[in-house]
Design a protein around this ligand. Structure first.
Ligand code: FAD
Ligand code: SF4
Length: 510
């Protein structure tokens, strides 16, 4: 007798190239489900819910077109139990299934849930590889075994060698591993930002479904002109355009920020990568080929490849090695709640108004906006790292916990005490002014340190180092800041502290 097998697909497992789909088998039922469990574990940006549901619906359609049997649970189906295990149990009954298979989840929460439920089931459950990443969950831990600090660069070089990416046999191409120093130019308007080639969709019917289901969200839905890719084909078009028009300048302007161009030369591929429409190998291969064919400079190709082959895989390794404790880290014991303008962008600080405003509008901000504007302020102001993490997890189109959490808790908030970052990523107005045009139009004065008009970053910066002396002064990479504080007279320090306290007492009004 034929044995029906249920194969579960999570919303970020839309990988058409997975070996599951190499053959059509009538005994395999592919299950996708839109459930409140997944929409409600954090308050999400409207575009994030729309993008995932739309891509799931399209994926189901494509599987059916290829002859696969699909069971799709819609958000408003009367029989939807809104939890993955409960829906699966019901489907096991419906199909009289004899086995469940699922792909390795990327999130701790789902991994635990499915594992625990599988142990209570009367039929066997089997977890298979998601066939997406370069590394296994624990490869980074093996690479860093016995080391106190997890240096990304060390991991990255191993990846380059193991996968022979940008290598001439045993040596890195160009005899240098990392061209980060060449990648720090501000952008003054030229070259022009490439056109936005993303396909626009009308998702108003799906948006009605989401609203009718009563799902809470924030940010602008853009449901009539929805810009995120629906499927692999659209993601590949986006990749092609990026390789041609964005990548040549990616290196130079990777850290630049501008109020006139929100995308600059970034790929905007993180959503497509994280839901697995694209495989990291093909993206890396395209960048390397463009360099080998003389179409992009080495520094640009290397800088881009480092983000994917290096950072992305490394971050995943951090997540799987240090969860679940990592989520609770709070090195500085920061406890402040998020200011209200995190939810509407209405602050007089131009840099934050732009970075947060854009995040609410586009469900996207690029790395330096996330790290050196929003994250920088959050750390200086002592916002509670778990609240900051929840905000980042909700707001960005590409935010899935395995990648968002170590970036926020570790890299951005230094809440792990320096496992991931060698020093806290904080700055005064000087860095933001150097890398952007934000300060020019700002209500605050980037040069002033004290007074009503003084840029809040300035006093907060010194106050941060001063109040955390016990925890940071021994760090050799921060010696400079403490040497400068030592040179300050008592009155200057007192004035800074007083100014910082006034700011901290009035965060909502900044
Ligand atoms: P590009 O600048 O074009 O870079 C190419 C690709 O490299 C990205 O698509 C991404 O897959 C990868 N990448 C780059 N930097 C990182 C990084 N630090 N960690 C992992 N992958 C990286 N990225 C996410 O995918 N999801 C998140 O939830 C997320 N949260 C972040 C939170 C904070 C506080 C910070 C500082 C960074 C976060 N990042 C996150 C990393 C990075 O900011 C985004 O990957 C990037 O901005 C996505 O835009 P893009 O595709 O245009 O990237
Ligand atoms: Fe931001 Fe300060 Fe510059 Fe204003 S002056 S944009 S608050 S860094």
């Amino acid at each position: 007798m034929a044995m029906t097998k249920i194969r579960l697909l999570l919303g970020d497992q839309l990988n058409l190239q997975h070996s599951w789909f190499h053959e059509v088998d009538d005994n395999h039922v592919y299950v996708l489900m839109e459930v409140r469990q997944e929409t409600d574990y954090v308050l999400h940006h409207a575009q994030k819910i729309l993008a995932i549901f739309a891509a799931m619906r399209d994926f189901a359609k494509q599987l059916r077109e290829r002859g696969h049997k699909v069971h799709y649970v819609h958000i408003n189906d009367a029989t939807n139990l809104h939890a993955i295990p409960a829906n699966l149990d019901a489907l096991i009954e419906t199909y009289q299934a004899r086995e469940v298979e699922y792909q390795m989840p990327d999130e701790w929460r789902l991994d635990q849930q499915l594992y625990k439920h599988s142990r209570m089931s009367s039929i066997p459950w089997r977890m298979v590889d998601s066939e997406h990443f370069y590394t296994s969950r624990h490869q980074a831990a093996d690479i860093f075994m016995g080391r106190k600090q997890w240096l990304m660069e060390f991991f990255y070089r191993q990846m380059r060698t193991q996968h022979q990416v940008l290598m001439d046999d045993k040596k890195p191409v160009g005899d240098q591993w990392n061209y980060d120093h060449d990648n720090r130019k501000p952008w003054r308007g030229t070259p022009a930002e490439p056109a936005d080639v993303r396909t626009m969709h009308d998702h108003s019917a799906l948006w009605d479904d989401i609203v009718n289901a009563g799902i809470a969200s924030f940010g602008r839905p853009q449901e009539r002109e929805f810009p995120w890719p629906l499927n692999r084909e659209e993601a590949l078009e986006q990749l092609n355009a990026f390789i041609q028009h964005g990548l040549p300048f990616f290196g130079d302007f990777q850290d630049a920020m501008s109020s006139k161009a929100w995308r600059l030369f970034h790929s905007l591929l993180s959503f497509a990568l994280n839901v697995k429409m694209l495989n990291p190998r093909e993206v890396v291969h395209r960048a390397e080929t463009a360099f080998r064919e003389g179409k992009v400079p080495l520094a640009a190709a290397e800088g881009f490849i480092r983000q994917i082959l290096g950072w992305r895989e490394y971050i995943r390794g951090v997540y799987w090695n240090f969860m679940p404790e990592y989520a609770e880290k709070n090195f500085f014991n920061h406890q402040r709640v998020l200011p209200s303008w995190f939810w509407n962008g209405e602050t007089k600080m131009n840099c934050l108004s732009h970075a947060i405003g854009q995040s609410l509008e586009q469900a996207h901000a690029h790395h330096i906006q996330r790290l050196m504007v929003i994250g920088n302020f959050s750390l200086l102001a002592g916002l509670q790292p778990q609240a900051v993490h929840q905000w980042y997890l909700g707001v960005y189109i590409d935010a899935f916990e395995w990648v968002e959490l170590p970036n926020t808790i570790g890299m951005s908030q230094f809440a792990d005490g320096g496992l991931l970052a060698t020093k806290p990523y904080v700055s005064s107005a000087a860095y933001i002014d150097k890398m952007s045009d934000y300060c020019k139009g700002c209500h605050y004065d980037k040069k002033q340190r004290i007074g009503e008009k003084a840029c809040p970053f300035n006093a907060l910066y010194w106050d941060f180092f001063e109040r955390n002396k016990r925890l940071l002064a021994k760090n050799p990479r921060i010696g400079m800041a403490y040497r400068q504080i030592e040179k300050m007279d008592e009155k200057t320090i007192h004035d800074f502290k007083h100014q910082a306290q006034k700011i901290l007492d009035n965060l909502d009004k900044l």
